[in-house]
Design a protein around this ligand. Structure first.
Ligand code: SF4
Length: 284
C-alpha cells in the first residue's frame, strides 16, 4: 500500500497567524478565548494547558471575568465587538483577514439595500458573526433551501470554507427561482479552502481510499470528507493517529492523506507514520 499526501493539506495562514499570536501572549490566565480558537481538540487542549480560559461557542454571550478577550480566527460581529468593548474588555483580535473580507462584503451589500443570502452552515460561528450585523439575511445550506424571496435585490456571499460546488449549485438555484430579482454575487470562499479542495480532487484520481485528518467540528474538514464521499471514494475522518483502525485498510493498495486547515503539521505526520506502521510495506 502506498500513502500519497495531498499537494495542499493542513494549516492555512489564518490559523498559523492566530496560533502565533496566542504563542506571544505572556499571561494566558488573564485571557479568555471567545469561543474555540479553531475547531481542533488537540489545539484547544494545548491552549488549556497553557492556562487560557475558554468561553465555549455556545456561551459567548456570558461576559467572562478576565480583563482580556481573544477574538478567534472566525471573527465576531460589530455588535458583539461593541458589547465586549463597552464592558471594558481589552481585545486581542486574531480574526483571519479573509473572514474580515466576508464581513466587509456583507456590509457592502447591506448598505446598498440588498437582502443578504449567506451560503454556509446555519449556526456556524463565522456565519453567525456575519449575520448578526445584518437586518435582512438568510443562511442557505443547500440548493434545496432556496426559495423565491420577497426582495427585489439579493446579495449572495459565502462562508469562507464553503465548497465551490455547493456555491455553484446554490447560486444557480437562487437565479432560477428569482428570475425578477437583481442579484449580486460576492465570492468570499477563501483561497486556502479552494486550494485544499482542488488538491483533493486531483488526489482522488490517484487513490482507492482517503484519510482526512481534522477536528470533528471543523467545517472545512467535514467538507473534504463530503467531497470524497460524493466521488464514491471511502473516506476515513480521524482527529489523530490513535483513531486509525487497521482493518479499514484491508484490500487497498494506495491511500491518500489530506487534512483540514486547523490540523497541526505534527498531527498529520503522526497519522502518516501510523499508516506506515499499520502496513509495514507502505512506502510514502
Ligand atoms: S480557512 Fe480560510 S478564512 Fe478560515 S482561517 Fe484559514 S485562511 Fe482564514
Amino acid at each position: 500500500m502506498r500513502v500519497i499526501r495531498s499537494e495542499v493539506l493542513g494549516l492555512c495562514f489564518g490559523v498559523r497567524d492566530a496560533l502565533a499570536i496566542m504563542n506571544g501572549v505572556e499571561r494566558p490566565a488573564e485571557v479568555t478565548v471567545h469561543g474555540e480558537l479553531v475547531h481542533n481538540p488537540i489545539v484547544l487542549h494545548q491552549l488549556e494547558r497553557r492556562g487560557f480560559k475558554n468561553s465555549g461557542e455556545a456561551s459567548r454571550q456570558v461576559l467572562t471575568e478576565t480583563p482580556v478577550v481573544l477574538i478567534t480566527a472566525h471573527g465576531v460581529s460589530d455588535a458583539e465587538r461593541g458589547r465586549l468593548e463597552r464592558a471594558g474588555k481589552t481585545l486581542i483580535d486574531t480574526t483571519c483577514p479573509l473572514v474580515e473580507r466576508a464581513h466587509r462584503a456583507a456590509i457592502t451589500l447591506r448598505d446598498a439595500g440588498y437582502h443578504v443570502l449567506i451560503i454556509g452552515r446555519k449556526g456556524h460561528v463565522e456565519v453567525r458573526g456575519i449575520a448578526e450585523d445584518l437586518p435582512s439575511v438568510d443562511v442557505i445550506e443547500s440548493a434545496d433551501d432556496v426559495i423565491a424571496y420577497p426582495h427585489t435585490r439579493l446579495g449572495i456571499l459565502c462562508q469562507t470554507t464553503a465548497p465551490e460546488r455547493l456555491v455553484r449549485d446554490v447560486r444557480r438555484a437562487i437565479e432560477e427561482r428569482n428570475p425578477g430579482a437583481e442579484i449580486r454575487f460576492m465570492d468570499t470562499v477563501c483561497l486556502p479552502t479552494k486550494d485544499h479542495q482542488r488538491a483533493l480532487e486531483r488526489l482522488i484520481e490517484k487513490v482507492e481510499a482517503m484519510v482526512v485528518v481534522g477536528g470533528r467540528n471543523s467545517n472545512n474538514t467535514k467538507e473534504l470528507v463530503a467531497l470524497c464521499r460524493e466521488r464514491d471514494i471511502p473516506a476515513f475522518h480521524v482527529q489523530d493517529a490513535s483513531e486509525l483502525e487497521p482493518k479499514w485498510f484491508d484490500g487497498y493498495e494506495t491511500v491518500g492523506l489530506t487534512a483540514g486547515t486547523s490540523t497541526l503539521d505534527a498531527t498529520i505526520n503522526d497519522v502518516e507514520r501510523a499508516l506506515v506502521r499499520i502496513k509495514p510495506e507502505v512506502m510514502a
